[in-house]
Write a protein that binds this ligand. Sequence first.
Ligand code: ZN
Length: 286
Amino acid sequence: MTTTPAIVTVAITGNVTTKLENPAVPITISEQIESTQGAFEAGATVAHVHVRNDEGRPCSDPDRFAKLQEGLNKYCPGMIVQFSTGARGGKGTERSASLVHRPEMASLSTGSVNLGKVIYDNQADLVDVISAEILKYDIKPEIEVFDLAHLYNAVDLIKRGLVKEPAHVQFVMGIPGAMPAKESVLDFLLSELKEMLPTATWTAAGTGRFSFTCNKWSLSRGGHVRTGLEDNVMIDKGVLAKNNAELVAKTISFMPEFNRHAASVAESREILGLPPLAKSGLVAVA
Ligand code: ZN
């Protein structure tokens, strides 16, 4: 039976998760490179990355992003590197300062929302500025939809020429204060997406205990998947994940049931409309 490819994104670190929650969370650049290499060898083809400062706290230091990107290009040939421009990494345009290093993808949040007790602040003017930077460096954005309005905001960015089609959209579910992880919510989001952005590709990502559940919902509906210690530190109820690779392997283990397979580097690049070779031009795609 033929199966269709599903891109596996691994969110290796995030801004919030700490080694107290799971000692396997990679914090230093060398830990991040090693952890991503394991995840890549397990089948992930997109690395969603944040960087931390020497105290282990979130930052948006462009030099750290560049070092990480260099290591990933070397040890994970062909893997697509996606820089976070999320609000917890810095203030204002600090968030997009790393884009000068031209990662192939960058996250783009298109509106504000409460995440738990904290406001995830994406003021409209700043969203325009970050979108324009992403466009300027010819980076593919991953539009982060934490709440319904963020999807319509993305459509507006496309109408105003700040984001190119086809878009890649990620629905983030299961964070208190934002969208619940409910199948009916995902179905509504997808019907809106199909109507407004029919050429878009998409992922549904869940946090914590919803992570693997959202993987299955995505796989059954033709979407792509995301996993990793940013989203979920547990491999099973009460059992810490050993590393990012173990989470990737578990997500991929769901695929046969839905006639899907983990997209290769070449398939992932084709689906996302990225060049078959990494932008650096230094690394051939296996
Ligand atoms: Zn992130």
